[in-house]
Structures are given as structure tokens and as C-alpha cells.
Ligand binder design. Structure first.
Ligand SMILES: Nc1ncnc2c1ncn2[C@@H]1O[C@H](COP(=O)(O)OP(=O)(O)OP(=O)(O)O)[C@@H](O)[C@H]1O
Length: 265
């Protein structure tokens, strides 16, 4: 079997106030997988994500266990390379867009890695094409819609050529068309994806596999359709489907292989 892109082993973490947020989390993600990370508010999803690129857990007396990215341990000595390999798209695109133009924002990360000239231009162009935003390259990010800014935020991360794309609530605050457009983009990418979401139809649509985190522990790791149709698991961990949404029907209609709902030409 291939080396996992992401290998979380026995990860435990308490915040400085003593609150234990993670209790021995194990999670392996293999190249090319798209995995949804589900769980109720306060389950520890963000805390886990913040360990994947060393924002939390480095030199921390309250942390135990390990995270490896394609075999490379997440530790201070490897931080620059870990952050190139793990691209995190935060919930608020404005946390990631701060330059005068879309192009400058997308160029920022690779330029910091020393990419320049025509190679940098190609990276930026390719990343913007991947998210369908090439024609907006010279616009100021703050002139774009929220959905467009989220796609540019994804491009800033893709321009780093990450091994795993980690998305925190990618569908939040998107209108149905923008939500579908982003789904189309994510489905078209040739990259491993870990997606934190409360949007269970989106998880079903995009991620064949889902992991449920609850009270700092992995309580389920299975095909997304199995998880969404396990009524007792869903109720025990405060996971609720939108009213009227039937995952079996959605799966039969091709969730995971094509978008649900949205009209397509
Ligand atoms: N800086 C902090 N200091 C102390 N406790 C924290 C801190 N940040 C988060 N927590 C606690 O850690 C636990 C896990 O929080 P986390 O934000 O990781 O959950 P989550 O699954 O991402 O939740 P949500 O779905 O609401 O975003 C919660 O009980 C939260 O209150």
C-alpha cells in the first residue's frame, strides 16, 4: 500500500487552560482520497486541522502522538516543508487574501518559496485556471464576491502544489450556485482532500469516505453513505441531515460522481 499522505497517530492535545480537545486520534489518508471530517460543534475538528501544519502541537507539553505528511514528521525543523505539503483553506477567505490583486495573492506563497519569473507566472495561471478564476487575475480580491474569493483562496493554496488540501467548511456562506461551482472545482482537482464540514450533503457529494470526530475521538471511519445512513451513530453524535434530504436517494442519483441539484448545461 502507498505511504499515507497524512498519518495521524495517537494524537492527543490539551489547550493551555487544561481543556483536553483530542484524545488519541488516529487517521490515515491515502493519495487521491477525498475524506470528509464530520462532527458536532466542539468535537475537535479545527484543533486537529491546526495540528496538520504545525499551528498547534509543536514543542507542546500538552500534546502527544504524531502527525506525518508523506512520511515527514510535523515538527519545528520541517515546518516550511510541512506547510508547503499541507495546504489549509480557512473558512474566511479574507484571512488568506491581503494583496492588491488576485494574481499577487496567488503568487505570494510560491514566490516566498523562491519560484520566480515564467515558472511563477505558470503556477499562478494554472492555479487560477484550476478554480475557474483566470479572468479575474488583475482584479483586487475585495472586488470579488464571497464565492469567488473562496475560490481564489483555494488557488493561493494550490499554487503551493500541496500534497493534501485541507478545507475548513468550504461550502459555508455560499449560495447554491457558488456551492455547486466550488464542488465542481474540488471534484476536478487531482489532489488529496480532507474537508471539515457540517454540510452533510456536500460531504456525500464530494467525499466517498467520512471520519466522525466526537469529543476529541474518532468514533466512525467509513464510506460516507454508510455513516449518513447509520441513524444511531448520527443521533449519538448530533449529526443531522437537512430536512427532506435522503442520502440513499442522493447516492442512487450519483452523489460522489456528479453534483446534486444544481442545473448543469
Ligand atoms: N483556544 C482554546 N482554548 C481552550 N479551549 C479551546 C480553544 N479552542 C477550542 N477549544 C475547545 O476545544 C474543543 C474543540 O474545539 P474545536 O474548535 O477544535 O472544535 P470543532 O469540532 O472545530 O468545532 P466547530 O464545529 O464548532 O468548529 C471545544 O471544546 C473548544 O471549546
Amino acid at each position: 500500500m502507498s505511504t499515507p499522505v497524512l498519518e495521524v497517530s495517537g494524537l492527543a492535545f490539551a489547550y493551555p487552560d487544561g481543556h483536553q480537545a483530542l484524545f488519541g486520534v488516529d487517521l490515515h489518508v491515502h493519495p487521491g482520497e477525498r475524506v470528509a471530517l464530520l462532527g458536532p460543534n466542539g468535537a475537535g475538528k479545527t484543533t486537529l486541522v491546526l495540528h496538520l501544519n504545525g499551528i498547534l502541537g509543536l514543542d507542546d507539553a500538552n500534546a502527544a502522538g504524531s502527525v506525518r505528511v508523506s512520511g515527514l514528521p510535523v515538527e519545528r525543523a520541517n515546518l516550511a516543508e510541512v506547510r508547503r505539503r499541507v495546504g489549509v483553506v480557512f473558512q474566511d477567505p479574507d484571512d488568506q487574501l491581503f494583496m492588491g490583486t488576485v494574481r499577487a495573492d496567488v503568487a505570494f506563497g510560491p514566490a516566498n518559496l523562491g519560484v520566480k519569473g515564467a515558472a511563477l507566472d505558470r503556477r499562478v495561471e494554472h492555479a487560477l485556471e484550476q478554480v475557474g478564476m483566470a479572468e479575474f487575475a488583475d482584479r483586487p480580491p475585495h472586488h470579488l464576491s464571497f464565492g469567488q474569493r473562496r475560490r481564489v483562496a483555494v488557488a493561493t493554496v494550490l499554487a503551493m502544489e500541496p500534497e493534501i488540501l485541507v478545507l475548513d467548511e468550504p461550502s459555508s456562506n455560499l449560495d447554491p450556485a457558488s456551492r455547486r461551482e466550488l464542488a465542481d472545482v474540488l471534484r476536478s482537482l487531482d489532489v488529496t482532500v480532507l474537508m471539515v464540514t457540517h454540510d452533510l450533503p456536500y460531504a456525500l457529494e464530494l467525499c466517498p469516505r467520512a471520519v466522525v470526530l466526537s469529543q476529541g475521538q474518532v468514533v466512525a471511519d467509513d464510506a460516507t453513505i454508510e455513516i449518513l445512513t447509520d441513524d444511531s451513530l448520527m443521533a449519538a453524535h448530533r449529526l443531522e441531515l437537512p430536512w427532506g434530504f435522503d442520502p440513499r436517494t442522493a447516492a442512487a442519483l450519483g452523489a460522489g460522481t456528479r453534483p446534486l441539484g444544481g442545473a448543469r448545461g
